[in-house]
Design a protein around this ligand. Structure first.
Ligand SMILES: C[C@H](O)CC(=O)C(=O)O
Ligand code: MN
Length: 340
């Protein structure tokens, strides 16, 4: 195996869960994970879209228990490590232990970008379980770089092997990614990572800027199967990095084949930048809110864009999904008051 300059974590089997209403089946996860493993992807993330324990009315019920999906992925991977995402408060230490017990080797502990302190216990337990551990600072566009560094240092001090800048809303512009990754590289002694969303069509540019500034861990979703307009498209990223002589050690043809032959048929419709996903990036809204906002819009007979713009103004963050219906109901009520 060639040495890798950049390690890609494939997130379609976790972030992509948002895009397909958490409906992954064991057969789908088995087939995708096996093919990704054969393409030599080093890390494959499998969990509910909102991480371990996310299956609920608030976040969306999973069709299949995520531990069964994780086991299925573990059972077919010969070289890849299975990663799990955990948002403290949604998932618990118990969930983490169960995932480690069935073979997950990497734990990605995600918090809102100002709340890193709640990751302490989970990072520590993940380390004790022998897992490679990542701190995942979500909605990174919402704070200035100094705050991001402060929070990243907390995660580093808890034992994270890597700290990620997570552009959950796909709202960061390339110069903002550049500034953040550069600052983190200067401030931290651990690996720096980047997770993008393509709502403003910037996921690839942002990922390349992140790598240029020294990020060695980046996320991709094959065929763009992630929340909103999806993430940096993995097979395209592998091709571009290859052209740049940056080694990922991923087999390009096999990666293209997974995208075309296995993942494309899973999608209800091709992942593209729709007016809804564009507004996520424009207004700075958590990408996984898209389907929730579409449903709320239908219920209250509204344009989902109005709901998303208001959620952006109110700076609603991940975990506050219940606010989507509140905001929709307020907009509908105000409109009724004005029209009577
Ligand atoms: C729970 C979120 O979907 C995590 C993530 O992928 C993001 O913030 O982006
Ligand atoms: Mn994401």
């Amino acid at each position: 195996m060639n040495k890798r300059d950049v390690y890609i974590t494939e997130v379609a089997l976790r972030d992509g869960s948002h895009a397909i209403n958490h409906s992954y089946t064991i057969d789908q996860v088995t087939e995708v994970a096996k093919a990704l493993d054969e393409a030599h992807v080093p890390f494959i993330e499998v969990s509910h879209g909102d991480g371990l324990g996310g299956s609920s009315l608030q976040y969306g019920l999973s069709t299949t228990n995520e531990m069964e999906l994780i086991s299925a992925a573990v059972s077919v991977c010969k070289q890849a490590d299975i990663a799990v995402l955990l948002l403290p408060g949604i998932g618990t230490v118990g969930d983490l232990k169960e995932a480690a017990n069935i073979g997950a080797r990497m734990a990605r502990i995600a918090t809102h970008v100002t709340e890193a302190d709640v990751s302490k216990q989970h990072i520590k337990v993940a380390k004790e379980l022998g897992m490679e551990t990542v701190g995942f600072l979500m909605m990174a566009h919402m704070v200035p770089t100094e705050k991001l560094i402060e929070q990243a240092k907390l995660m580093e001090s808890y034992g994270a092997d890597t700290v990620y800048v997570v552009d959950s809303a796909g709202a960061l512009l390339p110069h903002q990614v550049k500034e953040r990754i550069r600052a983190l590289r200067e401030a931290l002694n651990v690996n720096v990572g980047f997770h993008g969303h393509n709502n403003l069509s910037l996921a690839m540019a942002n990922t390349l800027v992140a790598i240029e500034e020294g990020a060695t861990r980046v996320d991709g979703s094959v065929r763009c199967l992630g929340a909103g307009a999806g993430n940096t498209q993995t097979e395209v990223l592998v091709s571009v990095l290859d052209r740049m002589n940056i080694t990922t050690a991923i087999d390009l043809y096999k990666m293209m084949d997974v995208a075309e032959d296995i993942v494309a048929p899973i999608l209800d419709q091709p992942q593209e930048i729709t007016k809804g996903s564009l507004v996520l990036g424009y207004a700075g809204v958590y990408s996984s809110f898209l389907l929730h906002a579409n449903r709320a819009a239908q219920k209250f007979n509204l344009d989902p864009r109005d709901i998303l713009i208001e959620l952006g103004k109110q700076k609603v963050v991940g975990g506050q999904e219940d606010m989507i219906l509140d905001v929709a109901s307020d907009i509908a009520q105000k409109r009724m008051t004005f029209s009577t």
